[in-house]
Design a protein around this ligand. Sequence first.
Ligand code: KIV
Length: 302
Amino acid sequence: MSAAPKSTEVPMTLPHLADKARTGEPIVMVTAYDFPSAQVAEDAGVDMVLVGDSAAMTVLGYPSTVPVSVDEMLMLAAAVRRGLRSPLLVGDLPFGSYEGSDEQAVRTAQRFVKEAGCDAVKLEGGGPAVDRARAIAGAGVPVMGHVGLTPQTATALGGYRAQGRTAQRAVQVARDALDLQEAGCFSIVFEAIPAAVADEIMPRMEIPVIGIGAGAGTHGQVLVFHDLLGIYDGLSPRFAKRYAHVKGDMIAGVKAYADEVRARRFPAAEHTYSIDPEELDRFRAALTEHATGRSWSAAESV
Ligand code: KIV
């Protein structure tokens, strides 16, 4: 068994994560986007929390992850930071915030650490992103890679669909993963690739691999908070298993509240504040005095 402590006891560190991967103890990661979802992740005892750019769709209502800005992500990440103690906090670098140059990538990564309190950042894809990952890691910011389906460039990949389903495309996924590992990523996400392809790559991976739609052979799993709890009812990929139906509960709760207000059943006595009867009498007298033309200051001295 791993010597790594439970995430609820002490802050998760990179060595603890590597230890879990080495000893085969599954790593649990979930996204969070605000203070309450961070508290839920904390209390549930997960190992890592990702402020994913999936926030663009799940909480900001954009049609894809592309439009979300660095400032929007930083605001969400800072809120998550305030709700977390133990899990490792990873901030997702949004589209357009790191691809341009190593300098841009390092500057953006540093903002996530300095301004939002993230422990690490994540970027998507291979190719030029490998150099960006190397630069970020070289600047002392732990960086996570992400290969397979990379939503920021989904259009170029032919849409939101599984990747690596031909030998040629599977080689591309493997090459990206190994390049990112070599560049110094502390961990990597495999998204939406056949389990058999992930299983072939795994023996070559020395860093923790977190899967989402990549089968059961990775070191850990990540799911989007709103998908797993059934809060978001937009596009739902096959790997997004639902463990609760919170949106239904939320609608039922708000509807019950609306019904009670309309039926004048809410608020009831237990939801209201009282006043000492003598104070109430004085207040009524003050109102009467005021109604007869005296000033409020005179009325207040009643
Ligand atoms: O943005 C996100 O939520 C992600 C996860 C799906 C890994 O990148």
